[in-house]
Ligand binder design. Structure first.
Ligand code: 5GP
Length: 181
């Protein structure tokens, strides 16, 4: 894992290694396998950021499941715009289904709050949220985040699918913005 990495104008330092991330993904998949035994959940991967996490997680999910994708956007640069835009709708009937929303990071919670609400309105039987990363100090939601990989400080992170203005998604580990940048 490189010491620091520069993306556009900002410097980032190592935060969680690929090995640590893999352990977190293992733990999440075990919890999902237990909770959904005998069911056939529909995973909805929230793009773009969750693609790498989702791909690693699915290799460890042993229950029968379906996988679908939803693309939303609320971030510009390193701050949330507070406005959630749906750029690619799910295109699968969710009525009566047990949904697991797969998200890279829950920050203010606005994105997952809106998506969860939409799934319920569309008649989902249950909607659970599984996020790799959770920022408790930034969270403003009034709902439960059902599966949390790691709780992290309220600082901007990149790598393992997460970007800074388009760059950094391909990094296999997670980096955090350097203090004083
Ligand atoms: P929320 O609606 O919970 O405030 O924001 C969720 C979305 O914001 C995530 O799906 C992710 O795209 C983006 N986001 C939140 N925090 C970070 C962060 O630290 N780094 C990056 N790269 N994206 C973030």
């Amino acid at each position: 894992m490189a010491e620091t990495t520069k993306l556009h104008d900002l410097e980032f330092m190592p935060f969680l290694s690929a090995i640590e991330l893999s352990r977190v993904v293992d733990e999440l998949s075990e919890k999902i396998n237990i909770k959904y035994e005998g069911k056939t959940p529909l995973f909805v991967v929230v793009l773009n950021g969750a693609f790498m996490f989702a791909s690693d997680l699915f290799k460890k999910v042993s229950v029968d499941c379906e996988i679908s994708f939803l693309r939303v956007s609320s971030y510009r640069g390193t701050a949330s715009t507070g406005e959630v835009k749906e750029l690619m709708p799910i295109g699968t009937d969710v009525s009566g289904r047990d949904i697991i929303l797969l998200e890279d990071i829950v920050d203010t919670g606005k994105t997952m709050g809106e998506v969860k609400q939409k799934m319920k309105e569309a008649g989902a039987n249950s909607v659970n949220i599984c996020t790799l990363l959770f920022k408790p100090d930034a969270f403003q939601g009034d709902y439960l985040v059902d599966f949390v990989g790691v709780e992290i400080p309220d600082r901007f992170v990149v790598g393992y699918g997460l970007d800074y203005d388009g760059l950094g998604r391909n990094l296999p580990s997670l980096y955090q913005i350097k203090p004083n940048t």
